[in-house]
Design a protein around this ligand. Structure first.
Ligand code: AVJ
Length: 389
């Protein structure tokens, strides 16, 4: 182990391992256990695999549609050539932000639209948030307020800072909003948050042209992307989105990134290959969960006696990852003996794949009205913008 695991985290790992591995009839381990240092590194490698289409497809959607997404957020239903004019400014928040590499494309578009932008990434990993913070170095006007929290189990906050709106004194840039667009200044705004990272770029919008508009606020665009929602059962997913909804107000919106169910253009084999790649990186990622229990809990799993399995479960529209015991065997964890029959599996992950109807249903029962969906040409992945209702 290269870094010490905090005692409380180790206790959570122990609790999860013992409760999951003594469950009957199906042994389970929760997917959050994948993401220790080694597992996070393996997941980064997965996102570059030729078979793992999810990350690159979603990134392409951001590259193509960042401006469309922001326009639709600010002025739902407006035509493509519509000039932005909104009395409110906006801020972008993100659940499970990780290192936020894809988000950078949207943040870049947003800072062209609004010279000072507050970005609120929330992630359980402090090191991932440090990587997200480095985005500010490359995007003048971006202010980052990171929060370390598990958005499933821990409280988190979303700020709607009161804005001291002012006109953009720098004139009209191509692709940028007209001189009437509002922006706000983190330093001057009453009740503004103190961001932990403030870019060193000069402030855009000169004070002599400032026109304070009281009673304006920042609308929140909340991102939940990367198909992270796919790890949760329909009830858990609804609970996560309802909680997010409870932090939002009228005019705010959610951008949900989800992997789509098989279709004429997307055979099951394509989806399965993404979870069983030729190079064996996903197998190593799955097996790392056992290696982690060996490292953190001093367990004695023989990694050669378990094999990675990925299955398509059509009834629940999900990929399941399992670890199959190749022989009858007994493993020791913290003084407990855990026995496996030959071919018995540990269920380690579900990755739900959504139909358009399933996405619509999930969003509406969580308090959102889908406004517009952005698909790639093969309809493999969807970015759905949904406003609060
Ligand atoms: C991070 C949950 C989106 O389900 O595709 C990748 C994790 N598991 N390969 C996914 C994962 C196996 C991934 N998510």
């Amino acid at each position: 182990m290269t870094t010490a695991t905090p005692v409380s985290l180790n206790e959570a790992v122990l609790h999860e391992a013992l409760s999951g591995l003594t469950a009957t009839p199906q042994k389970t381990l929760s997917p959050w256990l994948f993401y220790d240092e080694r597992g996070s590194d393996l997941f980064e490698q997965i996102t570059d695999l030729p078979e793992y289409y999810l990350t690159r497809t979603e990134r392409a959607l951001f590259a193509t549609h960042a401006d469309d997404i922001l326009r639709e957020f600010l002025t739902p239903g407006a035509p493509a050539n519509h000039a932005f004019s909104s009395p409110d400014t906006f801020t972008i928040a993100e659940l499970g932000a990780g290192s936020a590499t894809k988000t950078g494309l949207l943040l870049a578009a947003a800072t062209r639209l609004q010279p000072n932008l507050l970005y609120q990434p929330i992630d359980v990993s402090a090191s991932a948030l440090e990587a997200a913070e480095s985005l500010a170095a490359n995007l003048p006007g971006l202010h980052i307020r990171p929060q370390v929290a598990n958005y499933v189990t821990e409280p988190y906050q979303l700020q709607h800072p009161a804005s001291s709106a002012r006109s953009n004194g720098n004139g009209h840039q191509p692709g940028a909003p007209g001189p009437d667009s509002r922006t706000w200044d983190l330093q001057d705004a009453p009740g503004a948050p103190s961001s932990t990272t403030v870019s060193s770029s000069p402030k855009v919008g000169s004070s002599d042209l400032s026109r304070p508009l009281p009673n304006t606020r920042s609308r929140v665009l909340a991102l939940y992307i990367g198909s992270s929602i796919g790890n949760f059962s329909p009830d858990e997913a609804t609970a996560i989105l309802r909680r997010l909804r409870s932090h939002l107000q009228p005019g705010d919106a959610l951008l949900l990134g989800a992997d789509l169910a098989p279709s004429a253009h997307k055979p099951v084999s394509t989806i399965l290959a993404a979870y069983d790649d030729a190079a064996g990186v996903t197998a190593a990622f799955n097996l790392n969960i056992l290696a982690r229990l060996n490292r953190d809990l001093d367990a004695d799993f023989n990694l050669d006696a378990f094999a990675h399995r990925a299955r398509w479960n059509p009834a629940d529209s999900r990929i399941e990852m399992h670890l199959e015991s190749l022989i009858p065997q007994t493993v020791h964890i913290a003084g407990r003996r855990i026995s496996f029959a030959q071919f018995e599996t540990i269920h380690t992950e579900n990755s739900y794949k959504f139909s358009d109807e399933a996405l619509h249903h999930l969003l509406t029962r969580s308090g959102f009205t889908p406004t517009r969906t952005f698909h790639d040409p093969t309809r493999s992945f969807a970015l759905t913008l949904a406003h609060t209702h």
